[in-house]
Design a binder for this molecule. Structure first.
Ligand SMILES: C[S@@+](CC[C@H](N)C(=O)[O-])C[C@H]1O[C@@H](n2cnc3c(N)ncnc32)[C@H](O)[C@@H]1O
Length: 355
């Protein structure tokens, strides 16, 4: 029996009557998973050349698009055709291309959620090379990023403004509604000061201020990130501070937020960030950690959370953590056991008090 799959170019190794229909399904599934790297690059390349923004809602011819985008017409057609076979864009035999619900998510100019920056981040060279060295992590227990890129992730980003900007846009857009969902579960009393430690673009701080008109916020991040925000705050309740959370954290806050910070780091570094927050805080001040909270059993975990766990390993030597892991880290740094304010697959919000 020959197993037919759209990828197959010759007889499969297990060809024979013993191959059951269910095995054919498994083979097909494995083939698709193994080729996942190609799909990542197909999506990233389409975004990089500007295809999603260029396609009109009424449909466009790929030949005319290739002229507008200044790309090879034949390759653009093949790329679009391959993407459409995975349900991204509708492409017809005459070379016409239209958006569908999936491809619309890849536009930069959209009133709704955009995964454009996420697609480009996952496909960009430094990230791509790092995943290619996952077996280095397995062999050493260390991150792959420095091994293949010659410097750690954040130093590399500091020296590469375009990739840094792309990374920050991914952080701010990759999980639509994240900042609003965090701000919704935070209780901020009038006059309280929120310090967003590693606050990136300041989007979370702004969202918190929108919901709490009498609050103040400070975005604290590396100098290269803060200098890119110069002139951006536009609200006298919002200020910025540059520095490293491994050296110190601004004092005087009532609420310290670590949103997608701790998962970037292995335990000893995560604890050092928490200790620096604790030093800056008065007793009773709150720390709010936003990160994925893994379930103990992999069967109960969202697969994307476990991929992100490996992404943290590959890029930073970091990890996603269970609630027990967070409790241990927080206790060691001088905080109470955390309370869960909100639990979701991509990010949970947990809060503890300085003791
Ligand atoms: C994963 S991003 C999270 C950004 C933001 N908090 C959010 O939730 O979207 C990690 C942030 O940590 C910042 N960061 C990395 N190393 C830092 C350091 N040593 N001191 C301060 N910020 C740092 C990065 O610049 C980046 O903005």
């Amino acid at each position: 029996m020959t197993i037919q799959t759209s990828f197959q170019t010759g007889p499969v190794a297990h060809e024979g009557p013993e191959v059951r229909a269910s095995a054919a399904g498994d083979i097909r599934r494995m083939q698709e998973l193994i080729r996942g790297m190609a799909v990542t690059q197909m999506i990233a390349a389409a975004c990089e050349v500007g295809l999603p923004d260029a396609v009109d809602d009424d449909g466009t011819s790929l030949t005319s698009l290739s002229g507008r985008l200044k790309v090879h017409a034949g390759v653009l057609t093949r790329l679009a055709r391959a993407l459409s076979s995975f349900g991204i864009f509708d492409v017809d035999a005459d070379g016409g291309i239209r958006h569908n619900e999936a491809s619309r998510l890849l536009r930069t100019t959209t009133a709704g959620p955009s995964l454009h920056w996420a697609a480009r981040f996952w496909g960009m060279p430094g990230i791509w090379r790092s995943w290619g060295a996952l077996s280095h992590c397995a062999g050493t227990g260390e991150e792959a990023f420095s091994h293949v890129n010659g410097q750690d992730f954040f130093s590399y980003m500091n020296g590469s403004p375009e990739e840094e900007a792309l990374y920050q846009r991914y952080m701010a857009s990759g999980y639509p509604g994240r900042y609003a969902a965090i701000a919704d579960v935070l209780t901020v009393a009038p006059g309280e000061r929120v310090i967003d430690v590693g606050g990136g673009t300041g989007s979370l701080a702004r969202t918190i201020l929108e919901r709490n008109p009498d609050a103040h916020a400070v975005v604290y991040d590396q100098a290269s990130v803060i200098s890119a925000l110069t002139g951006a705050p536009g609200d006298d309740r919002l200020s910025t501070r540059a520095g490293s959370f491994f050296d110190a954290v601004p004092t005087g806050g009532d609420i310290y937020i670590l949103s997608w910070i701790l998962h970037d780091w292995p335990d000893e570094k995560a604890e050092s960030i928490l200790r620096n927050c604790r030093k800056a805080m008065g007793a009773g001040a709150r720390i709010v950690v936003v990160d994925r909270v893994l379930q103990e059993s992999p069967k109960d975990c969202d697969p994307l959370d476990l991929v992100l766990d490996l992404q943290m390993l590959v890029l930073h030597g970091g990890r996603e953590r269970t609630l027990d892991d967070f409790t241990r880290l927080l206790n060691a740094a001088g905080f109470s056991a955390p309370r869960i304010l909100s639990a979701r697959p991509e990010f949970s919000v947990i809060q503890a008090r300085a003791v």
